[in-house]
Every structure is written in C-alpha cells, then in structure tokens.
Design a protein around this ligand. Structure first.
Ligand SMILES: [Zn+2]
Length: 291
C-alpha cells in the first residue's frame, strides 16, 4: 500500500549490531527525555528502567523509514521511549504482535473505505498521522506529528501503541487483554461497563457541540475553525475519541499519560481503570506535591 523504496536500517543499531542489546548514549537519552515534559513525574529509578525497556524495544523491533525520511538515532529513540512508557510496569510482550515501526516524514495517505446506510461502499484517500495495523502488522507514524507531541494532550505514539495493546486479544475494540500476572484486580465486566458509559457520555457531548456548528461548516473557513476550537476546547478529551470505542481507549490512554487531570476530573473511573491497567498513577506525584 505504500512506497518503502527508501528503506534504511537505523544507523546506530547497525553500528552497535555486534552488541547483545544496544545501549543508548547518555547524552542522546537526556536530550530525548527533556523533550517530553510528561516524563518529569518519573523518579530517577523509573527513568532508568524506562531506558532499559526502550533499549530492549529497539533491539527487538525494526525501524524503517519511508517517504524519503532520513531515520536518525534521535527519531528512533524518541519513538521507542514513548512506546515504552505504557508498558513500563507491564511487559514488552504486549508488542509481540507487531512487525515493526515505519516512520514517514509527515502525514501519509491511507486508502479509507466506509459503507453508508444504503450499503454503498465509499472509498477515498486521506492523510493520517499514525496507523496501527492489526493481525501482526506494523505501527506507522508521521514524524511531523510525533514532533507535535508537546501539543496539550496529544501523543500519536502512545495513541498507536495503545491500539497495538488493545489488539493483543483480537481486533481493536477498546478492551485490551488482561494479563494474569498484572490485572487480577480488574474485572472485565466492570471495564466494559465503565468504558461503555464514558464513551456514550462523551459521544453525547460531542454530538451536542456538533449541533452548534453551522450547517455549512467548513474546517478550512477561519471563522468556522475558530468557532469549532472554542466550542470543543472544553472537552476533557480530543473529540476523535467519540469516533469508536477503540479510539476512546487510545485517546484516553494518551490523555492518561500526557495530560491526565481533565480525564480524571471528567471520568474518574476511567482514570482509575487505566491506572490499574498500566499500573501507573501519573497524578500521584502531583497529589503528593500538593499535600
Ligand atoms: Zn486511533
């Protein structure tokens, strides 16, 4: 489906190929961590564990560039580092079902199709910032969108890797696999109930805002665009979460790690379940500081 003629193995992995597990140079690691403010909550020993996990991920998975992107050490480490965060207290095995990581310089075009109510299948091509292919496929990312990760609550790497975790027990449906070693305290029925309720509530909110937009809404019209921004800014999550239960899980996971407070305020049960699932409490440090 895409043009991978420009494949290049990652430079420093090739350089260090003779070693068992590649070691990320300290200066590079520090630079990458400094670019991700949401990592500041982690104490030094957790950051050290994250580094080891990131090195193991880089060792296990192949990074491939596409669309003319020159893959650098920094690109590979920044992506692997963010992909490792959700599984910091779990296991990299959750990514076993992933062929590798493919990076484009910017949004890439993916063929889309959807069947309408009359049963007609519409096909079109749309640029996307990331894609997680199921059935053992790759995670595909736009580097430009990875770099936009400092936008509030937005993190395409965590989003796509949350999809990969979700796909671990079949297709993406918003219910990830519960592992015997880690998730005994999560009831699958409670998960289903809470996530369905939150998804339905959020979808109602987004629908209500949609109805306030003009009938001839055009996202390329500046006045319409700023109205949209003002209306949707109050939502606790990116409105894209309303498009499917699997997107709700992926967007909520992004928010959980990157901008957790609005999520915890609007949907405390979802925050609690994600905290049990990922076995992390991003607001814990803030609560501790405030007390
Ligand atoms: Zn998604």
């Amino acid at each position: 489906m895409n043009d991978f003629r420009d494949n290049r193995p990652m430079q420093w992995l090739r350089r260090l190929f003779h070693r068992h597990v590649p070691r990320i140079p300290d200066a590079l690691w520090r630079d990458c961590v400094a670019r991700l403010p949401f990592l500041q909550r982690l104490p030094p020993h957790d950051l050290e564990r994250l580094k080891r996990l990131c090195e193991a991920l880089l060792d296990k998975k192949t990074f491939t560039s596409a669309g003319g992107l020159e893959l650098t050490d920094e690109i590979a480490v920044l992506i692997a580092l963010q992909a490792s965060l959700p599984v910091l207290n779990l296991t990299l095995d959750l990514y076993d079902d992933m062929a590798g990581i493919i990076v484009y310089p910017a949004a890439f075009v993916v063929p889309q199709s959807e069947m309408d109510e009359a049963g007609v299948v519409h096909e079109w091509r749309a640029p996307v910032s990331g894609e997680a292919l199921d059935a053992g496929g790759a995670v595909v990312l736009s580097w430009e969108d990875v770099e936009a990760s400092d936008a509030p609550g937005y993190n395409v790497v965590i989003h796509e890797f949350a999809h990969k975790i979700d796909m671990g027990d079949g297709g993406a449906n918003g219910c990830p696999p519960f592992l015997a070693d880690y998730h005994r305290d999560i009831g699958p029925q409670a998960w289903q109930r809470e996530f369905t309720a939150a998804y339905e509530d959020f979808t109602r909110q987004v629908d209500a805002l949609d109805r306030q937009l003009p009938d001839d809404f055009d996202e390329n019209d500046d006045v319409h665009a700023s109205l949209h921004e003002a209306l949707f800014a109050e939502l606790p999550l990116d409105p894209y979460a309303a498009s499917h239960p699997a997107e709700f899980f992926a967007v909520a996971s992004e928010a959980f790690f990157v901008l957790p407070q609005p999520l915890a305020d609007a949907y405390p049960e979802i925050y609690r379940l994600l905290s049990r699932y990922y076995r992390q409490d991003p607001l814990g440090a803030a609560r501790h500081d405030a007390s």
